[in-house]
Design a protein around this ligand. Structure first.
Ligand code: ATP
Ligand code: LTN
Length: 343
C-alpha cells in the first residue's frame, strides 16, 4: 500500500450524526426555516443527517385526517426544496418507523411525572387546548426522547423553544445509562446564533407561529403576500436612530434585523450602516424583498415536487427503510438490557 493511502485510512473519521424533526401540524414558516431547517441544510455535507416529520406528535392536538395526510407529503417536498437532498440525508415519516412508539413506551417508564409537569410546551398547549389535555400531550417529551436516542445522534438542531426537551432527553438517557451501561449517546442541542428565535411580525414579543397567521411568513406564501406582511410589521416611532439593534427597547426592529441578517449573511453593524439615515418606509420593504428572493427558489422547487407524488412516496419508502435499520439496532439493545425475553 502507498504511504499516502495508509495515512488517509488512519485519519478518516466517521461523520458526526444530526437528527431533528418538525410536526406536520401546519404549513412551514420562516421561524421553522431560519430556526431549524436552514441550519440542517447548511450542514448536510458535514454530518450524517436524519430528519423526520413528527406526525405521531401532531395528533396530541386533534387533526383533520385528510389534511394531516396531505401535509405529511407537502412538508417532505418543502424539506427537499430547502436543500435537504434525500440522497444525502435520511428523510422519513415518524409513523413509518414503529421503533419510535416502542422505545417511547419504554422511556415513559424512565421519565418522571414532575419532569413532564415542568415542560413549557405542555403548559402552553394545555392552556391553549383546555378541552383536550390528553395523556399524549403530557408524555410527548418521552416520545421525543425516543425519536432522538434511537439514532444515537451527536447533535439535535432545533430552535430555542425546544432546548428544554433536548435537555430532558439528556437526563432520561443519563438515567437509563446509569442503570444499564452505555446504551445511549448523550446528544447536545444545536442552536444557531442567528435565527434561533424569530418573533411574529405583528407580535414582536411572541415567537413567530402559524397560530398568528398575519404576522407569520409561510414558505409557500406568494411574493405579494410576503411584501404586505413585512410592510405591516410592527416597529416603533423612533425617528432618530431607527434601524438599530436593541432587543429590549426595539423588539420589532431587532426581529427584522435578525431576519435580514440571517438571509443576507450581513452583521448587525453592516445593516445599521446600510440603512443609516433611512426610515422604516425603506427598511421594512427591503427586508421583505430579501426574504422574497431567498424563498423564491424554495417555493418554486416545492411546487414542482408536490406534483410528483410518486417520487415523494419513494423517498418516504427508502427513508423508512434506512431509519428502521438504525432505530432497530438501538431498540433491540434496549429490549435486551431491560430484560425483555428475546425470540
Ligand atoms: P407553532 O407555529 O404552532 O408554534 P411550530 O411552527 O413552532 O408550531 P414546531 O414543530 O414546534 O412548530 O417547530 C419546528 C422547529 O422549528 C423547531 O425546531 C422549533 O424550535 C423551530 N421553530 C418554530 N418556531 C420558531 C421561531 N419562531 N423561531 C425559531 N425557530 C422556530
Ligand atoms: N418537539 C418538536 C418536534 C420534534 C422533534 C423531535 C425535534 C419531535 N421529535 C426530535 C427534534 C428531535 C417540536 O414541537 N418542534
Amino acid at each position: 500500500m502507498e504511504p499516502m493511502e495508509k495515512e488517509q485510512t488512519v485519519t478518516e473519521q466517521p461523520k458526526k450524526r444530526m437528527l431533528s424533526g418538525i410536526q406536520p401540524s401546519g404549513d412551514l414558516h420562516l421561524g421553522n426555516y431560519l430556526g431549524a431547517i436552514k441550519n440542517w441544510a447548511d450542514r448536510v455535507n458535514e454530518y450524517e443527517c436524519f430528519y423526520f416529520m413528527a406526525d405521531m406528535h401532531t395528533i396530541t392536538v386533534r387533526q383533520d385526517p385528510a389534511e394531516l395526510r396531505k401535509r405529511s407529503l407537502n412538508q417532505l417536498a418543502q424539506y427537499i426544496a430547502c436543500g435537504l437532498d434525500p440522497e444525502k440525508n435520511t428523510l422519513f415519516l415518524q409513523s413509518h418507523v414503529p421503533a419510535h412508539a416502542q422505545l417511547g413506551w419504554v422511556l415513559d417508564c424512565y421519565t418522571m411525572f414532575g419532569e413532564l409537569s415542568r415542560m413549557t410546551q405542555f403548559k402552553d398547549k394545555s392552556a391553549k387546548h383546555k378541552d383536550n389535555i390528553n395523556a399524549g400531550l403530557f408524555t410527548y417529551p418521552a416520545l421525543m426522547a425516543a425519536d432522538i436516542l434511537l439514532y444515537q445522534p451527536d447533535y439535535v438542531p432545533v430552535g430555542e423553544d425546544q432546548k428544554q426537551h433536548v435537555e430532558l432527553t439528556r437526563d432520561i438517557a443519563q438515567r437509563f445509562n446509569a442503570i444499564y451501561g452505555d446504551v445511549f449517546k448523550i446528544p447536545e442541542p444545536f442552536i444557531a446564533k442567528t435565527g434561533a428565535r424569530i418573533y411574529g411580525l405583528s407580535t414582536p414579543d411572541a415567537k413567530m407561529s402559524k397560530s398568528v397567521p398575519e404576522g407569520c411568513v409561510f414558505l409557500m406564501d406568494d411574493p405579494d403576500t410576503i411584501a404586505r406582511k413585512f410592510k405591516r410589521a410592527v416597529t416603533d416611532s423612533d425617528t432618530v436612530n431607527p434601524v438599530h439593534f436593541d432587543r429590549q427597547n426595539k423588539p420589532g426592529v431587532s426581529n427584522l434585523m435578525n431576519i435580514y441578517a440571517t438571509v443576507t449573511g450581513e452583521t448587525y453593524e453592516q445593516i445599521e450602516a446600510e440603512f443609516e439615515g433611512k426610515g422604516y418606509g425603506v427598511f421594512k420593504p427591503a427586508v421583505g424583498e430579501a426574504v422574497i428572493e431567498h424563498l423564491r427558489p424554495i417555493r418554486e422547487e416545492a411546487e414542482r415536487l408536490i406534483k410528483d407524488k410518486a417520487y415523494l412516496h419513494q423517498v418516504y419508502e427508502e427513508g423508512a427503510q434506512k431509519a428502521s435499520y438504525v432505530a432497530g439496532k438501538t431498540l433491540r439493545k434496549v429490549y435486551k438490557k431491560i430484560g425483555f425475553y428475546q425470540l
